[in-house]
Design a protein around this ligand. Structure first.
Ligand code: ATP
Ligand code: MG
Length: 728
């Protein structure tokens, strides 16, 4: 069989890893050396050459985006469908397992995922109900404590507090919280992993089944696995499974969230017959960028040590721009991007990365004004907006009325006369009888323990949800979504808000209906026995933390350094290179390895660049509401000066926008279907919002959305089919 295409475009070391005959393989290598490529080619090799069944391969990556790419690339290499393969994130795969085996996992069939925001709300309330001082026992800290214990695989009864009162209290809160989740059929993110682990641990026959089935395990970004993920893979591998992991200790950036870089060392200890392979050639960056990144990371002490070289050109020097302030910085960056575009390069080749999410706002503003399409990763995320979460909570109740977190969210949203007092009575009843709120409410109605008005209101709510459940049973998802929004009268909740805000909420809700309409039950969810509704709700929860909307090709990408991991861009800006911002203030003042982790983050950032790396800092910056004057980042001093070229700032701080003639950027070789009624840059009119400029498109067909920068109200996303725009 001709398998040359699988081994083509691999160097000797990469080929060794792909074809490794030893049971376990550890690929330890620096950034851009082809680790992810090895993993994908290994997958293809196993299936095509070793005749491993696609169903026997499990590949784990760090983000849904990476998983999607891996699936597409594997499919491309193999020329067969990648559908039967288990490719996903740890959370996604754990979720799928729990859906398939909810009974063995001791879960309710309709269990829901509790995201970080809801988790915080639940904890705040539980702590308050216990009569504890919220200042002494903040919900954030409880959340952190609980998630950390779960990441270590610990349930409350397994925690030794040895009479230590503080620990004992946290454990008590943990227990309360867990009881609550169990009653309400809720599973938080950390619990997905822990439960998936316990599922196998407590069901040996099930574990056996999976050990026989999933014989080949592949893990990307291994340096950022936490204890429970490590244990989960170890358990599944058993004695006979084969494991290949790839990672880079210099890119371990999630220590603050429980990731354990030691897992890389433990791997050789815990598995037998491990072949360790180092990749030393970097294929991503110019020699200049690579040398600079190597020089920075060399300042860290505790490293496993790797050499990286490139056969590529020296390339352009790294540029360093010293801005007067953050406005000047944004202006400079956008100007550089415009130049790049005017040279015929594409917007999607460009990324702006920064340390904190708040930094994106200014760049967005300047990009908008320059009419350059952009996309923010993990910015204001669609599924995290209040109105979206409210509407989804109703849908969750249609799915499972015992979902207490959903009831808490919408029982009085919109206001329907169920006040705090009534709610307390319901909660008390629920706690005393160990029932979900839904049943406790019914109980209260039967026993007539509420004052008449409250009784009527609670009764009304129960009727509303029951009515929805009955009517909607066999409706399509889109129709259900539409109906819960209408029947709940959710929109009335926002009527007191400023008009613009309310309108944007209404738009988002109609967008949610579109999303529900367009939703197709993925094959793997169908296989796991999920209904369309279950699958949709899980996607909303699991993907909330990642991206905004559908991928839209040709636009500049904005993201934090953390979410840039694994990606690469020809032109990369790292903004805000100031001490106190990057490295982050916390890491400078706190003891331990924090500064080294920031430096690794810097290394990750720099090594995302392929052709040109542009660094910048602002001499003065408005941050958290006050003006600060920070020194240039210490990491800048660690870059050899001959690799860097300083760009002198202009002597004018800011041009007034009126005189700033942004060139209308026309996309050249876009691969997006050109069936839009407007060009990018076209002037359009909207009945309510007035005149504006079209700045980007997203999606296709009837789901096409258009972003218009309105002169009066700023940029808005609209569903093209409903927007009724006219050309001006
Ligand atoms: P990171 O540490 O950032 O995750 P990585 O080690 O996973 O990086 P890849 O993303 O797999 O590296 O590869 C980096 C780039 O180099 C990609 O564009 C990839 O296509 C290219 N590349 C890798 N190996 C080769 C090769 N043998 N020949 C040509 N290009 C290669
Ligand atoms: Mg990679």
């Amino acid at each position: 069989m001709d398998v040359s295409h699988i081994l083509d475009e691999l160097n000797e070391a990469q080929r060794q890893a792909v074809t490794s005959e030893s049971q376990h393989t550890l690929v330890l290598a620096g950034a851009g050396s082809g680790k992810t490529r090895v993993l994908i080619h290994r997958l293809a090799w196993l299936i095509q050459v070793q005749h491993v069944s696609p169903m026997s391969v499990l590949a784990v990556t760090f983000t849904n985006k990476a998983a999607g790419e891996m699936r597409a690339r594997a499919q491309n290499l193999l020329q067969v469908s990648a559908r039967p393969m288990w490719i996903g994130t740890f959370h996604g795969i754990a979720h799928r397992l729990l859906r398939m085996h909810w009974q063995e996992a001791g879960l309710q069939e309709n269990f829901q995922i509790l995201d970080a925001d809801d988790q915080h709300r639940v904890l705040r309330r539980l702590i308050k109900e216990e009569g504890m001082d919220e200042n002494q026992w903040p919900a954030r800290q409880a959340q952190w404590y609980i998630n950390a214990r779960k990441d270590e695989g610990q349930r409350p009864d397994a925690i030794e507090h040895m009479g230590h009162p503080m620990t004992a209290t946290w454990v008590h809160i943990y227990q309360l919280y867990q009881d609550y989740c169990n009653r309400a059929g809720l599973v938080d993110f950390a619990d997905l992993l822990l439960r998936a682990h316990e599922l196998w641990l407590h069901n040996p026959s099930l574990l056996d089944h999976y050990r026989n089935r999933m014989t080949h395990l592949l893990v990307d970004e291994f340096q950022d696995t936490n204890a429970i993920q490590y244990a989960w893979i170890r358990l599944l591998a058993g004695d006979s499974g084969s494991v290949l992991v790839v990672g880079d200790d210099d890119q371990s950036i999630y220590g603050w969230r429980g990731a354990q870089v030691e897992n890389v060392q433990h791997f050789s200890r815990d598995y037998s017959a491990v072949q360790t392979i180092k990749l030393e050639q970097n294929y991503r960056s110019t020699a200049t960028i690579l040398d600079a990144a190597n020089a920075v990371i060399a300042n860290n002490e505790d490293r496993m040590g790797k050499k990286l070289w490139t056969a590529g050109d020296k390339g352009q020097p790294i540029t360093l721009y010293a801005a007067f302030n953050e406005q000047d910085e944004a202006r400079y960056v956008i100007e550089q991007i415009e130049q790049w575009l005017s040279r015929g390069r594409r917007a999607e080749e460009v990324a702006i990365v920064y340390r904190t999410t708040a930094q994106s706002r200014l760049f967005e503003e300047y990009l908008l004004r320059a009419s350059v399409a952009y996309r923010v990763y993990g910015g204001q995320r669609f599924f995290e907006r209040a109105e979206i979460r409210d509407a989804l909570a109703y849908l969750r109740l249609v799915q499972n009325p015992n979902d207490d977190a959903a009831i808490e969210r919408v029982i009085n949203t919109p206001t329907r006369g169920i006040g705090q007092k009534t709610l307390s009575t319901l909660r008390l009843q629920a706690r005393e009888s160990s029932l979900p709120l839904w049943q406790a409410a019914q109980h209260c109605i039967q026993q007539n323990v509420l004052p008449p008005r409250a009784l009527g209101a609670v009764h009304g709510f129960i009727e509303l949800i029951s009515g929805m459940r009955e009517r909607m049973a066999d409706w399509t998802l889109g129709k259900q979504m539409q109906a819960v929004i209408e029947d709940s009268k959710l929109v009335t909740q926002y009527e007191k808000e400023p008009r613009e805000k309310m309108e944007s909420r209404v738009e988002n809700l109609s967008e949610l209906v579109n999303a529900a309409d367009a939703f197709v039950l993925p094959f793997e969810d169908e296989e796991a026995g999920m209904t369309e509704l279950q699958s949709f709700l899980s996607h909303a929860a699991l993907e909330a933390g990642e991206t905004q909307g559908e991928a839209w090709d040709d636009c500049v990408q904005l993201m934090t350094l953390h979410s840039a991991k694994g990606l690469e861009f020809p032109l990369l800006f790292i903004a805000g290179m100031e001490d106190g911002l990057f490295p982050h203030q916390r890491s400078v003042t706190e003891a331990g390895d924090r500064l080294e982790e920031e430096r690794r983050l810097c290394y990750v950032g720099m090594t995302r660049a392929r052709e040109q790396l542009c660094l910048s800092y602002a001499e003065s910056r408005r941050m958290y509401g006050s003006q600060s004057h920070n020194r240039p980042s210490r990491f800048l001093q660690e870059i050899p000066s001959e690799l860097m070229q300083e760009v002198r700032p202009r002597m004018q701080v800011q041009r007034p926008w009126a005189s700033h003639k942004a060139p209308v950027y026309k996309k050249s070789n876009s691969n997006i279907k050109q069936d839009w009624p407007f060009q990018l840059g076209a002037s359009v009119r909207h009945r309510k919002f007035g005149d504006g400029t079209v700045i980007s498109f997203e999606g296709s067909g009837e789901h096409t959305r258009v972003q218009v920068n309105f002169h009066r109200t700023g940029a808005k996303w609209l569903v093209l089919a409903y927007a009724n725009l006219s050309a001006v």
